[in-house]
Design a protein around this ligand. Sequence first.
Ligand SMILES: Cc1cc2nc3c(=O)[nH]c(=O)nc-3n(C[C@H](O)[C@H](O)[C@H](O)COP(=O)(O)OP(=O)(O)OC[C@H]3O[C@@H](n4cnc5c(N)ncnc54)[C@H](O)[C@@H]3O)c2cc1C
Length: 414
Amino acid sequence: MRVTTGRTDRVADYTARFAAFLETEVAPREADLAVQDVGTAFNPRLDTAGRMHPAVWEARREVQRRSAAAGLYTPHVAAEVGGGGFTRAEMQHVEEFVYRHAGLGLGIAALAWTEGPNPAIEHCSPAARERWLDPLMTGEITAAFANTEIAVGTDVLAMETRARPDGDDWILDGTKAWITNAHFADVVQVVAVTEPGAGTRSLSMFLVDATSPGFARGRDIPTMLNDGLTGELHLEGVRVPAQDVVGEIGDGFALAMAWINWRRLCRGGMCAGWGTWLLERALDRARSRTSGGAPIAELQSVQHMLADMDADLYAARAASLQAQAELDDLPGGAFGMPLHPEAPRLTSLVKVINDEAFFRVTDRAVQVHGGTGLRLGSPEEKLFRIARNLKIPAGTVEIQRNAIARGLLRGSRR
Ligand SMILES: Cc1cc2nc3c(=O)[nH]c(=O)nc-3n(C[C@H](O)[C@H](O)[C@H](O)COP(=O)(O)OP(=O)(O)OC[C@H]3O[C@@H](n4cnc5c(N)ncnc54)[C@H](O)[C@@H]3O)c2cc1C
């Protein structure tokens, strides 16, 4: 069966080492946080400016550095730049394991997320590799991806941030908004217009040093995630050397899509892992909670919710594995530049199927728990908010449908 693709020996090795890392490296740091009254990794207290409490941030950073040293931080990155070189099908299993077993704890930070190395930055110059990518790989610094603006999200080609040449350098002006890790990133992958009117060749990607003159971190943008990580960035005459252009001038749209498609595909393992955790918690709750003198697990109404959770998880996991394996088989894989014409439909299928299945799964998980499922800070309540969020960033579910329909209408293989 195709859906078993990706369960390789190196995935088994990775997951065994990750399980040990959770015990030896993550658990002590979670215990340290617990006595500090600063909240937890996913329900951190926020500072007066609305940002994640510095102690929680630093605990995440320590986990990242230790994970990198243990060879666990970057399995998804190409082997040529020092990563694990795992396929997307392998990563689906890795991500499912990580989210299933780390739950909402600090262990999530051990696998590079939006603040880590990604398929776009792999296209940087040799000089930028030394300056930015190598320290990102070791967890010494963190990154952010800055595409969205206050007036422009989906309609990315309408962005207003501009980059103009000045000798060998580029000068950037504009404001980015809704940026994850805006408050802490050391380097920002900024997408800006370099050739107005040139369509998908109008944009370029720059690696911007967050200590550059003219670069300023803006306000926090509080969201229902309440994690103190999302904010604005201001660029006023920020000078970027030519070596910090990613790829070629005009590659920005393709590079942005490589980053975004990476996040879309990570939904497969993330939703399977968290969803399985929620299903197990719902089963436990149904067995132990009684109504009318018997466990609620004996009620057909509750059994049907559990069955529906299982059906959604099974279908989303199977579809994701199939799509990720198909993407691996395409010339250039999931993030090729140029991207294979079959890739957008498959990637968007993974995102929309998982976003919507996981939303139903979290809704039912809350329902099985009754009032307890609504308790602020409970895994059910937090994951329900995360699930609602997932349908918007990295391209809304409507935009995924656009890409799927475009693929179908241009005659995609089915
Ligand atoms: C928590 C969070 C973290 C984020 N992190 C980042 C980040 O790190 N970096 C970054 O660059 N951005 C980030 N974003 C921004 C995110 O990618 C955008 O919010 C998202 O792409 C949607 O854009 P928008 O909010 O402008 O919605 P809009 O584009 O205004 O969309 C509004 C509605 O109109 C629909 N719509 C718009 N255009 C179309 C169309 N052409 N066809 C069909 N329907 C359409 C949408 O589907 C949606 O329902 C983040 C957002 C959030 C909430």
